[in-house]
Write a protein that binds this ligand. Structure first.
Ligand SMILES: NC(=O)c1ccc[n+]([C@@H]2O[C@H](COP(=O)([O-])OP(=O)(O)OC[C@H]3O[C@@H](n4cnc5c(N)ncnc54)[C@H](OP(=O)(O)O)[C@@H]3O)[C@@H](O)[C@H]2O)c1
Length: 316
């Protein structure tokens, strides 16, 4: 029997990495085995991955030596950073650099870097349509990821750049779900006008990543963009209405109103949605539904995601 190839997965206890670890472990014929990286191998989430069959390895993105050890002997590495854990683009860039250096040191044969656009290529800092944030960013949680693409390519790594999409899971976890307005009616609030937002079930990102690894060398040196569907606010509201059995409206607000909501990251997200709205054609075009489905035939539509998750959506 041929030895299985190890895929080392950063953020294995989280959404993207967890999706990939589970996808690998539920596909015994893939030829891959999962090494789950976590800062705490004793956590409940890490133990659950071990029970599923993952090799759990302690590593911290802030500790280069631990990353070198974690990538040692691996065929593949899934690299992702965690902006919302610290709100620092500089830290994201440093952590991406550490992963790239560790992958180089370990001689990893296929790296996937979970990235997003450096929006400053479309909206330079001098463009006043949206405010510059943190001194040198337009969309802080996008820009440093896009900047880090170069770190992976300049090291000469065999890398696939994976452009991800808005998780529909945000409707469960980060307060973006339908909320009752002063009139008592439910609405989702987005500053997208009538433009389409590429979205995806978070777990499908990992499943698509497995599809990329399965392609061997074919997607090395390529950028692959994925989404489950491209939907307008009105289309998502209609899907919520159907799934929940009660009316959900689309509350369209201007980006400047969204930026002023005051929750942590509101300005960053306001700029992000404005970028997606103003560059809809590019942004949707870069996230091809057919490509995503070919990589992951079980890719969920929004209706399917809602059917699976509707009881978990808090209706405030
Ligand atoms: N929400 C969206 O719609 C969306 C869409 C596209 C892209 N993204 C991007 O996705 C990224 C986050 O990925 P995710 O959603 O998969 O994350 P997540 O679910 O929040 O999981 C984060 C995991 O990262 C691990 N972690 C945190 N800091 C670490 C460190 N210093 N070293 C090693 N591991 C660390 C934690 O694991 P342990 O505690 O076990 O170490 C945690 O389980 C963000 O950068 C975000 O911008 C989000």
């Amino acid at each position: 029997m041929t030895e299985k190839k190890i895929i080392a997965v950063a953020g294995a206890t989280g959404a993207q990495g967890g999706g990939l670890v589970r996808a690998i472990l539920s596909d015994p014929s893939s030829g891959f085995t999962a090494r789950a990286l976590t800062r705490d191998a004793g956590s409940d989430k890490a133990k659950a991955l071990a029970r599923l069959g993952a090799e759990v390895v302690a590593a911290d993105l802030d500790d280069l030596e631990s990353m070198k050890r974690a990538f040692k002997g691996a065929y593949g590495a899934y690299c992702v950073t965690f902006f919302w854990a610290h709100f620092s683009p500089e830290k994201e860039l440093a952590q991406a650099t550490a992963m790239a250096q560790a992958a180089k040191h370990a001689g990893v044969q296929h790296v996937i870097w979970s990235t997003l656009e450096d929006t400053r290529k479309w909206v330079p800092l001098s463009d006043s349509r949206m405010p510059t944030l943190m001194g040198k960013y337009k969309v802080p949680h996008f820009d440093a990821k896009g900047q880090a693409d170069q770190v992976f390519t300049e090291l000469g790594l065999p890398v696939t750049l994976l452009l991800t999409s808005f998780y529909w899971d945000n409707f469960i976890y980060i307060g973006m779900g339908p909320k009752k307005g002063p009139d008592g009616r439910l609405a989702i609030t987005l500053p997208m006008g009538d433009k389409k937002l590429p979205g995806i079930a978070a777990q499908d990102i990992g499943r698509c990543a497995l599809g990329i690894f399965k392609k061997g060398r074919e997607l090395i040196g390529k950028t692959v963009g994925i989404a489950g569907e491209h939907l307008t606010g009105a289309q998502m509201a209609a899907a919520f209405t159907k799934a929940l059995g009660q009316e959900v409206r689309y509350n369209e607000v201007p980006p400047e109103v969204y930026r002023s909501f005051g929750f942590p990251g509101a300005e960053d997200l306001g700029n992000m949605f404005q970028f997606k709205r103003d560059f809809e054609q590019y942004f949707c075009g870069a996230r091809n539904l057919g490509v995503a489905r070919a990589l992951n035939p079980s890719l969920e539509t929004f209706d399917q995601w809602l059917a699976r998750n509707k009881s978990r959506i808090p209706l405030e």
